[in-house]
Write a new protein. Structure first.
Length: 180
């Protein structure tokens, strides 16, 4: 939700009341937020406000997929497989300790979140009985500029290694700089 301005005032009780001004078009989102807060008022809430990131460059994303497709042709596999392998090689992931009974449903749910979201079972925990360690990779749609740059660099190297023609270094830098 975009914030146009922030103001604060001291309440009689000594707390601060923070007031956010949001665009008129956010009316439905504000309504949903207030309803959810009222329904769960007994919970501890946390607000996080930050500078809005630029939208990612669709050019960089599109180029990455073009290269994945060309690599896949060379290797006689799918572009999705090439992408997932790149995510596993250089991508962002969380290592999680899950109860054994939750592993199968978590992996299934995580893998349905998008092409780049991939969860793999690593090993049975030796430290915590009845638990399994799982690695959950994040798809590039969540990446910041640095993470996407690393992924594109990896895919470009893979493409060059397969004899696939790629953009010049200057063209690649321009594409990567536009990510988010």
């Amino acid at each position: 939700m975009q914030v146009k301005s922030i103001d604060a005032r001291l309440t009689l009780g000594g707390d601060y009341e923070v007031i956010l001004t949001v665009p008129r078009g956010e009316r439905e989102n504000v309504k949903i937020l207030l309803e959810e807060f009222k329904a769960k008022a007994e919970k501890v809430w946390e607000a996080v406000i930050g500078v809005k990131k630029r939208r990612r460059s669709l050019d960089a994303n599109a180029y990455m997929w073009v290269l994945c497709d060309k690599i896949a042709e060379k290797l006689r596999t799918t572009k999705e497989g090439v992408y997932r392998e790149a995510i596993k090689q250089v991508g962002v992931f969380d290592t999680l300790l899950l109860q054994d009974k939750a592993v199968e449903s978590f992996v299934s749910m995580w893998n349905r979140q998008g092409v780049g979201n991939y969860a793999e079972v690593l090993y049975q925990s030796h430290a915590v009985e009845g638990c399994t360690t799982v690695r959950a990779y994040h798809g590039s749609h969540l990446y910041d500029t640095g993470q996407m740059t690393r992924l594109i660099d990896h895919i470009v190297e893979e493409a060059q290694g397969q004899g696939v023609e790629t953009k010049t270094p200057d063209e690649l830098e321009r594409l990567k700089s536009l990510w988010r």
